[in-house]
Write a protein that binds this ligand. Structure first.
Ligand code: 5AD
Ligand code: SF4
Length: 450
């Protein structure tokens, strides 16, 4: 059977899809990039905003429409949207055969087989939150990973926890990904060791609130200290951090452990205390500012990245101005800015009317982006003249648009700055010293040091 798997959403989904590819290939299925050639069409989905879900609905509409013409493809919806909508998906799209929540992906081969054998639609949902135990063996699925399969040459995501207990008013994640569960440190170290043996030199530790990691008395800083000792590993990153309850030992680890990169993704969501309170974030603007100050004092050269939501219910112009101010003050390397999208079942959607008009959300989004662009440009320009160590990802996606530059490569610094430069394609997965010669708000340009 030929399988086409399309991935939406966050790094967790990218990782889940990597593991699924290993699992499917090891049970004799063939992966294909060509959706038209596939016998099985799988969508690993995201529920974080309505737009992400709408995209999946239109894919499903098209795929199920074709199926009505007589093609017997098997269609599966996986991940967050599968967990959120469950059997509704089969009702809305006649032709969907498999619905599997994020914790059910280990059963996918079995589910495909059941459908192929004429067993009809298979709906495999994770149990509701109260029934999920915090000592569940969450690493079972991760063990299925083929360490030779990477999302980029030499780079791997490694899950250290699942779920979220924070229940921010806008967020669907605690409902679809279940409660926070940390994976035993020994198990993580063993997986990273296997990855390193297969040639991986950069690992990104994943968790929805990765700084809350704690297993058998081991916190994130201790875990990174143990990983730092692994020969062959060169870079350790971790995403995404929650600004409340942030253990300063993590900053100390970033400062003193040579492999831990100076990169911190720490979403503020808003710069206004009123909004932070309404969103149920468990910190104030002042506490966030203090945390960023400690990060900058402790970790020289740290790059900080934020997320913001514009147009959360009740957001006044002065709240919006406070977010713009926070972007300037924090000096983010970049930030991800989103228009509020009410998610059914969250406290925000249940209790607060979505009262900021779409055109106002759009304007605020544009305004924050413009402020961030200025900040990013200044930050990038300051790097001109410096030489940075780049982990090369491969050919720059823009390479074919610039005919006089055949071998344009793209890679990232320790601080996750994107750098484009000319070099041989076989540098993918390798480290190179690149002198930065030019900068835009999004990209640095450089020349390979010979
Ligand atoms: N609407 C808009 N953005 C959201 N995010 C999470 N939930 C929503 C929502 N309902 C954003 C947050 C989070 C990022 C992954 O997505 O900024 O950090
Ligand atoms: Fe989207 Fe959140 Fe699910 Fe990731 S965990 S796929 S961001 S809803």
């Amino acid at each position: 059977m030929k399988v086409h798997l399309k991935t939406m959403g966050c790094q967790m989904n990218v990782l889940d899809s990597e593991i699924l590819r290993s699992l499917l290939a090891s049970s004799g299925m063939e992966m294909t990039d060509d959706a038209h050639a596939a016998d099985v069409l799988l969508y690993n989905t995201c529920s974080v905003r309505e737009q992400a879900e709408n995209k999946v609905h239109s894919h499903l509409g098209r795929a199920c429409g074709k199926k009505a013409d007589g093609r017997g493809v098997i269609i599966g919806v996986l991940g967050c949207m599968a967990q959120r909508l469950g059997p509704e998906l089969v009702k809305r799209h006649r032709g969907v055969d498999i619905v599997a929540g994020p914790g059910q992906l280990g059963r996918l081969v079995e589910l495909i087989q059941l459908v192929a054998d004429g067993g009809g639609p298979q709906i495999a949902m994770d149990p509701p939150r109260p029934e999920i135990k915090t000592d569940d063996k969450i690493e079972f699925f991760d063990h299925k990973r083929d360490p030779n399969r990477c999302h980029l040459p030499g780079q791997a995501y490694v899950r250290i926890m699942r779920g979220c207990d924070k229940f921010c008013a806008y967020c669907i994640v605690p409902y679809v990904r279940g409660p926070e569960r940390s994976r035993p440190a020994d198990d993580i170290i063993e997986e990273v060791r296997r990855l390193v043996d297969a040639g991986v030199t950069q690992v990104t530790l994943l968790g929805q609130t990765v700084n809350s990691y704690r297993s058998g008395g081991v916190g994130l800083a201790d875990l990174m200290e143990r990983l730092d000792g692994l020969a062959g590993l060169k870079r350790i990153r971790f995403v995404t951090s929650y600004p409340g309850d942030f253990d300063h030992a993590i900053f100390q680890a970033m400062r003193s452990l040579p492999k831990v990169c100076e990169y911190l993704h720490i979403p503020a969501q808003s710069g206004s205390d009123n909004m932070l309170r309404a969103m149920g974030r468990r910190y104030s603007r002042g506490e966030y500012d203090d945390l960023i100050a400690v990060a900058r004092q402790t970790v020289p050269g740290i790059a900080i990245v934020g997320d913001f939501i514009v147009g959360f219910p009740g957001e006044a112009e002065e709240d919006h101005a406070a977010s713009a101010d926070l972007i300037r003050q924090s000096g983010y390397k970049n930030s991800f800015i989103f228009k509020y999208s009410p998610r059914p079942g969250t406290t925000g959607a249940k209790r607060l009317a979505d009262d900021i008009p779409e055109d106002v959300k759009r304007r605020r989004n544009r305004e924050l982006l413009a402020v961030q662009q200025e900040v990013s440009l200044a930050d990038n320009r300051a790097m001109i003249g410096q030489t940075a160590e780049i982990l090369v990802e491969g050919p720059s996606p823009r390479a074919d648009k610039q005919p006089n530059s055949q071998n344009q490569l793209v890679g990232r610094t320790r601080t996750d700055h994107i750098v484009v430069f000319d070099g041989a394609e076989n540098l993918a997965g390798q480290y190179a010293d690149v002198k930065i010669t030019n900068a835009t708000a999004l990209t640095l340009f450089g020349e390979l040091n010979e």
